[in-house]
Design a protein around this ligand. Structure first.
Ligand SMILES: [Cu+2]
Length: 376
């Protein structure tokens, strides 16, 4: 990750600090739904609760990912310490879901989407019992030498999955996932970033395919997990169970905007104090950086999660992409800064490069690190 002279810019907009991004919004048949924000982690830490939304809560802080040595744990389902979403959105069988990542730095790896029937309420289903059906997968396009993750980045950090029209109506957890492979040439070097959403499928489909438990989705030595992505790639085997028959997906969908690239590259600045999580992740991160060649001209896509962890700064989500996407996206819970009434609870109230209000309308402005102070 390049830390360049964008601190002031990022500070002006920053409300949530992330390195890898989360799915901060998802669109079901054209309807925007709130996704997971890192803010919610702090809300939960400080107040014990987080908003009732249709996106699952997870503690994928900063450099958090699920490594192959954790494929046998519950975290592989919906990311670290995931908790059920309280609400449920809906999509018609045959319709589309757009997953909007706040930012995404790694252009090497597949993108996959699964569904699991809840057989009841997804708000209370035991995640370890969910059986995942892969409905969308994309790996490496040898004709264009492009990874799915790069296509996602190029599409305004958005991925569109088409819901198979044959799936039976009912309550499902959708599991959308990027597997970053920039370090996957080494054992335990792949990085899985799953996120989950409660979405009811409507329609007249009748198919209820059997799925695969999360802990059985991948193995550390799968051909598509332990994979050297450097050099000439003649084929890539997407990991996980077979794709459901009528599923289809693509990296296209919502129109990319010309601001997407600059927004992504501008997303560099402060991170809240998550050093414990980050250092935990760091320990699981193979030191492949120095041996790994560049991923190309996109210098924001470095191969080093260690670099993000060993500096005090990490990338920050700049929520301008949400604003350009849909009008309803503006209803996100991003705290306002610079308001005459002060910064809302959990909002940023200080830090290097920050130019907004330092007065909290609720809580006390508390220094998390030199780059980020928060009203808590
Ligand atoms: Cu990384």
């Amino acid at each position: 990750m390049a830390f360049k002279s964008t601190l002031a810019l990022a500070g002006a907009f920053a409300s949530t600090a992330l390195a890898h991004g989360t799915v901060t919004g998802f669109v079901t048949d054209g309807t925007y739904n709130q996704g997971f924000l890192l803010d919610y982690y702090y809300q939960k830490a400080n107040s014990g609760s987080f908003p009732d939304i249709a996106a699952w809560y997870a503690e994928n802080l900063d450099n958090g990912f699920v490594a192959p040595d954790a494929y046998g744990t519950a975290d592989i389902n919906c990311h670290k310490n995931a908790q059920n979403a309280a609400l449920t959105s809906s999509v018609a069988a045959g319709g589309t879901v757009d997953f909007q990542w706040s930012t995404w730095p790694h252009g090497i790896g597949p993108v996959l989407t699964y569904v699991a029937a809840c057989n009841g309420e997804c708000s209370s289903v035991d995640k370890t019992t969910l059986k995942w059906v892969k409905i969308d997968e994309s790996g490496y396009d040898t004709s264009t030498s492009t990874w799915a993750a790069q296509a996602l980045i190029d599409n305004n950090n958005t991925w569109t999955t088409t819901v198979p029209s044959t799936l039976a109506a009912g309550n499902y957890v959708f599991r959308h996932e990027i597997i970053a492979l920039h370090g996957a040439g080494s054992a335990n070097g792949a990085q899985n970033y799953p996120q989950c959403f409660n979405i009811a499928i409507t329609g007249s489909g009748t198919d209820s395919p059997s799925g695969t438990l999360g802990t059985e989705l991948y193995s550390a030595d799968d051909a598509g997990i332990l994979f050297n992505p450097y050099g000439t790639i003649t084929s890539y085997t997407i990991p996980g169970p077979a794709l459901y028959g009528s599923g289809s997906g693509s990296g296209s969908g919502s129109s990319p905007t010309t601001t997407a690239a600059s927004t992504t590259k501008a997303a560099t600045t402060s991170a809240p104090a998550v050093t414990q999580e980050a250092s935990t992740s760091s320990a699981a991160t193979p030191a492949t950086t120095s041996a790994a060649p560049s991923e190309g001209e996109d210098d924001s896509d470095d191969d080093s999660c260690e670099a993000e962890e060993t500096t005090t700064a990490a990338a920050t989500f700049v929520p301008t992409t949400l604003v350009t996407r849909t009008s309803t996206a503006q209803a996100s819970t991003a705290p306002t800064s610079g308001s005459s009434t002060g910064v809302a609870l959990y909002g940023q109230c200080g830090g290097t490069g920050y130019t907004g209000s330092t007065t909290c309308s609720a809580g006390t402005c508390t220094v998390m690190n030199s780059y980020y102070s928060q009203c808590i």
